[in-house]
Design a protein around this ligand. Structure first.
Ligand SMILES: NC(=O)c1ccc[n+]([C@@H]2O[C@H](COP(=O)([O-])OP(=O)(O)OC[C@H]3O[C@@H](n4cnc5c(N)ncnc54)[C@H](OP(=O)(O)O)[C@@H]3O)[C@@H](O)[C@H]2O)c1
Length: 319
């Protein structure tokens, strides 16, 4: 089977098309013939090699796919074969024609949901949904989504707007991206530093932060009294080590900062939430934004676009 391997970490040019033997599903696993493969922000972080967590050369990146189950391992009912599914593959293994996933990490595709849409929102909308719940966000509150132009952010904008937010503010890097986010439900468009037009400095009940990095303390300052920030990503790196000082300095405002990872949610709970999100998408209540659909062998080009920062939504690879 054809797959994409990272032969050298760093530049996208270190990725290559390889021919490999078909993987075998082990106990509790399924084998999927892929139809759509999501290119996630985390794939780019791993390929850059900045995580330094010891991924071996030759690893296959990719964490979510959609396709058809064509084989099962011990302990998985043969009746699963032929089902159209979305699957999480961990932090590796997704960029291939054939992919193995744990059966507990598989969610059936709802009727009317395309594989491309499934890999655009399968992980992202689930992260957004649980991050808003973790805050917790309630109808009538004001919300800021920091780093809203990626697939997690876009889903968070739509879910906050549908959930009755009084304000859905976003940070983004251009007016054009701001216009696209406004069409999805954003009411206020701010630049990456959190500045809006007209110099209004608003504070928020909830901040969902996908960006992280040095500016986290500045955004803690933008929490209203009793405001809650949930850190879900780190596209600009980790926050400074002393970011908690900002909370202590505003002690009387009772603000809080939480982290959220989907890995902390039980697979069955994740899967039922994802099924609801898939059904909402099939009803066109959520609108997955696909930046481009590209053949698998152009994975390096997809990563180059990610590095250039020109992607809005998600790139999807097709085998
Ligand atoms: N918590 C979880 O369970 C979970 C699960 C999956 C992934 N993740 C994490 O989520 C992140 C990826 O999410 P994603 O794919 O939605 O994001 P993304 O598309 O990689 O980035 C989101 C947006 O952030 C903005 N941005 C990029 N670099 C920036 C910088 N240096 N400073 C300020 N803004 C910047 C960009 O928008 P503009 O150019 O418009 O500003 C970009 O579109 C990764 O950190 C990944 O590890 C978390």
């Amino acid at each position: 089977m054809r797959a994409i391997a990272i032969q050298e970490f760093g530049d996208p040019g270190g990725m290559a098309v390889v021919d490999l033997p078909a993987p075998e599903p082990g106990a509790g696993q399924v084998l999927i013939e892929t139809e759509a493969i999501g290119v996630g922000g985390v794939d780019a972080v791993i390929r850059r090699g900045t995580l330094g967590s010891g991924y071996p050369r030759g690893m296959i990146p990719g964490s979510e796919v959609a396709g058809t189950i064509i084989g099962v391992g011990a302990g998985v009912a043969p009746s699963w074969i032929g089902q159209h599914v979305w699957a999480f593959t961990g932090t590796a293994g997704g960029y291939g024609e054939l992919v193995v996933a744990e059966a507990v990490d598989v969610t059936p595709l709802s009727a009317g949901l395309s594989p491309v849409d499934a890999v655009t929102i399968g992980s992202a909308a689930t992260v957004a949904r649980f991050a808003l719940a973790r805050a917790p966000f309630a109808s009538g509150e004001s919300v800021l989504i920091r780093g809203a132009a990626g697939s997690i952010g876009i889903a968070a904008v739509e879910l906050a707007a549908r959930g009755g937010a009084s304000v859905v503010a976003v940070t983004t890097s251009s007016a054009e991206r701001g216009r696209r986010l406004a069409a999805l439900g954003a009411t206020d468009v701010l630049d990456r530093s959190g500045n809006g037009s007209g110099g209004i400095v608003r504070r928020f009940d909830v901040i969902v932060d996908i960006v992280g990095g040095d500016a986290v303390p500045t955004f803690i300052d933008r929490l209203a009294p009793n405001g809650r920030m949930v850190l879900v990503g780190a596209v600009a790196g980790f926050p400074p080590a002393d970011f908690g000082m900002r909370l202590l300095q505003s002690f009387q405002e009772s603000r809080s900062v939480a982290t959220f990872s989907l890995a902390s949610i039980a697979p069955s709970t994740r899967s039922s939430a994802r099924t609801q999100l898939f059904e909402a998408t099939a009803r066109r209540e959520l609108h997955p934004v696909v930046h481009a659909i590209m053949p698998l062998e152009r994975a390096a080009e997809a990563h180059r676009l990610m590095d250039e920062g020109t992607v809005f939504g998600r790139i999807v690879l097709t085998p």
